[in-house]
Design a protein around this ligand. Structure first.
Ligand SMILES: Cc1ncc(COP(=O)(O)O)c(C=O)c1O
Length: 382
């Protein structure tokens, strides 16, 4: 069996989007709070713009920002290019910020200009504590909701970034949401690229993927021959604004948003039921609060993680590890113990809207058999 790592748009949605002339009036969510929405090619650019606006607002050049140590290095590239000083703060093993260390840091070293709070895998992080901390030290708060599909209460009071491309079958898409009382006017909200070659390439890629899935052909067996880890391919982050086709696709998909949330939640619950009975796995978020739309299911596998991950991929399951951490974190293992522990043991399993019940049973069986065989090998070795 081969499972796609991303959802694939239906033929109807593709044709609707290609025929649609208008890209205006896209409302990402019920914007009753009147936030200004800016569209980018990726969450990476939304994050850079959000930080830039907060620094500009306070007249700061080359500001200092706090970013959690559990973050991939790629979204930080444009920020680093702006000569912004990034301090990576420690996290607890449930991914919440380590407030004791943060308090001690700001009291003994320096107070940053901006604090980035990340919500991981669709689950809410500690918004109230982050708000209180930022108020206490007069720091600007930005919420990184790249792993959140639709916003919930608590995400409307700060500048927030989203990455719809992680949830929807679209080639690109990042959003910056700005409350009017924070920045009244951040410039034009509708800058798009018209890149026909990029669009055609993407349509061709997903069409081939769809065909291979129908034919049950595992392309990973071939791809894996040429590269070790599919996380190793870095994406092109050079284009800041999205192609207009992405916005048209989002518009065509909007009426399905509720169904997408329901399907992802059902998949998460079913996978949780299947995996919770297997020894050797810890599920990082065992509870699924009613306002959560999960991005992926993070599990921890403390023995033979890499072998198991490779086995899953080889068998057509698009499981991934966390992409590469920033060098400053990787080179300071004793300071960032929890981050390193998570990085070394995590496996992210897909639960997106195209995943079926039989895909989930297949993931359970494959994982269970491999864990058992690894356990047998370990017993024989001992
Ligand atoms: C926590 C977090 N923030 C921001 C981003 C950047 O989003 P995008 O991939 O849309 O650039 C990522 C990317 O994976 C991420 O994991």
């Amino acid at each position: 069996m081969t499972i796609s790592g991303i959802p694939i748009p239906s033929f109807r949605v593709l044709v609707n989007s290609l025929m649609n002339k208008s890209i205006n009036d896209l409302l990402w969510f019920n914007n009753k709070n009147g936030m200004s929405l800016y569209y980018f090619s990726k969450g990476t650019w939304a994050l850079k713009k959000g930080i830039e606006l907060l620094l500009d607002k306070n007249g700061i050049k080359n500001g200092k920002i706090f970013v959690p140590s559990y973050i991939c290095f790629e979204p930080l590239i444009p920020i680093k290019n702006d000569n912004i000083n990034i301090h990576f703060y420690s996290i607890n093993n449930d991914l919440s910020p380590n407030w004791e260390k943060l308090e001690s840091f700001v009291q003994t070293k320096f107070i940053p200009d901006v604090f980035v709070l990340v919500h991981y895998f669709g689950f809410k992080n500690e918004i109230k504590r982050a708000t209180d901390f930022c108020k206490k030290y007069n720091i600007e708060l930005i919420q990184d909701a790249a792993h959140i599909f639709l916003p919930f209460e608590g995400l409307f009071n700060n500048i927030t970034i989203y990455s719809p491309r992680k949830f929807l079958p679209i080639p690109e898409g990042g959003i910056l949401a700005i409350p009017k009382n924070i920045v009244a006017n951040a410039g034009s909200t509708d800058i798009y690229r018209s890149d026909v070659f990029f669009m055609m390439k993407w349509i061709l890629q997903i069409s081939i993927k769809k065909l291979l899935i129908i034919l049950k052909f595992s392309w990973r067996k071939i791809i894996d021959k040429y590269k070790k880890n599919s996380n190793d391919i870095y994406e092109d982050i050079s284009k800041q604004y999205p192609i207009s086709f992405s916005i048209k696709l989002i518009k065509s998909l909007q009426s399905n948003f509720n169904q997408i949330v329901v399907k992802r939640r059902d998949n998460y619950k079913l996978l949780f039921n299947k995996l919770s009975k297997i020894d050797g796995i810890e599920i990082l978020f065992p509870d699924l609060p009613s306002d959560v739309c999960p991005f992926m299911m993070p599990i921890l596998v403390f023995d033979n993680r890499d072998t198991i991950l490779e086995h899953l991929k080889y068998n057509g399951i698009p499981a991934i590890s966390w992409p590469e951490l920033p060098g400053e974190v990787l080179n300071n293992k004793s300071r960032y113990k929890n981050t390193i522990m998570l990085n070394e043991n995590i496996i992210l399993l897909p639960i997106h809207q195209d995943i079926t019940r039989s895909n989930i049973i297949y993931m359970q069986d494959t994982l269970k058999k491999k864990l058992k065989s690894c356990e047998t090998v370990n017993t024989v070795k001992n």
